[in-house]
Design a protein around this ligand. Structure first.
Ligand code: 1GP
Length: 248
């Protein structure tokens, strides 16, 4: 059976007001045996999507990681690239990120120009994504590597204006991220402000470590909830998180 397009999965869920759980795998981290276990747990817990990527990779492990995931489950795989080096046809789609919270031209348009011809000749589904980094209490690798100033934690209005601008620019998905290992999650108040301002699907991640916060984030208006660290460290905890957001 052919896999539905990633955009259909996310847009369809948004239309039906169903929330999705995306688990994030950093290709640097798991061994093949750990990948097998992670995929098993992702399936068992009912994860809807697998994001793959990292803000800074220190090994050439992306291709093997993608093959390992593909061999062990049928959950759609979406690249969440930390750089132009993280492109591979072995995934189903790619978040084509433009870092609209920052003012670093390389991450607004420069890297996109470099990646464009590769994506054009690939089979990847390209998902134009407004990427908004939020200061959630610590300088995460994503924030440091972006060489940009993140959105201030307690300024929902700035986040809303940024998202509206992203929508006017034609971006289709909105990712609010504290970065992996963020001390706290994005404030639900900020998510609500963005939800009121734009129509398109919102993805939220960074620092989500329990079902109660995942639920609050989903109730505030996030359509896709991304969990990375917790999934890698305690994959068995995903069942509770999936249940909390799926029953909304
Ligand atoms: C980071 O949103 C992701 O970009 C996931 O963050 O690893 O903190 O869950 P965590």
């Amino acid at each position: 059976m052919e896999m539905p397009k990633v955009s259909h999965i996310i847009d369809g869920a948004r239309e039906r007001n169903k929330k999705l759980l995306a688990v994030l795998i950093d290709p640097d981290k798991p061994t093949y045996a750990e990948l097998e276990k992670l995929c098993g747990q992702a399936v068992q817990s009912g994860a809807d999507l697998i994001f793959v990527g990292g803000s800074l990779l220190s090994s050439d492990s992306l291709e093997n990681c993608l093959s390992g995931i593909r061999a062990n489950c049928t959950i759609p795989i979406i690249l969440f690239p930390g750089s132009v080096l993280q492109i591979s046809d072995k995934a189903d789609g790619i978040l084509f990120l433009s870092l609209i919270s920052g003012r670093n031209p390389d991450l607004l348009i420069g890297n996109q120009v470099i990646a464009a011809p590769y994506l054009k000749s690939s089979k990847l589904e390209v998902l134009p994504t407004a990427y908004m980094l939020v200061d959630c209490g610590n300088t995460t690798t994503a924030i440091y590597m972006s060489n940009s100033t993140p959105l201030p934690y307690d300024k929902p209005d700035i986040a809303a204006c940024t998202a509206i601008a992203g929508e006017y620019l034609g971006l289709r998905y909105f990712y609010m991220d504290g970065g992996s290992g963020a001390r706290k999650t994005v404030d639900p108040t900020m998510i609500k402000a963005v939800r009121k301002s734009i129509e398109r699907p919102i993805i939220v991640g960074g620092g989500i470590r329990d079902a109660a916060s995942a639920r609050k984030i989903a109730e505030a208006g996030a359509d896709v909830i991304v969990v990375g660290n917790l999934f890698e460290k305690e994959p068995e905890a995903m069942g509770e998180i999936a249940k909390a957001i799926h029953e909304i």
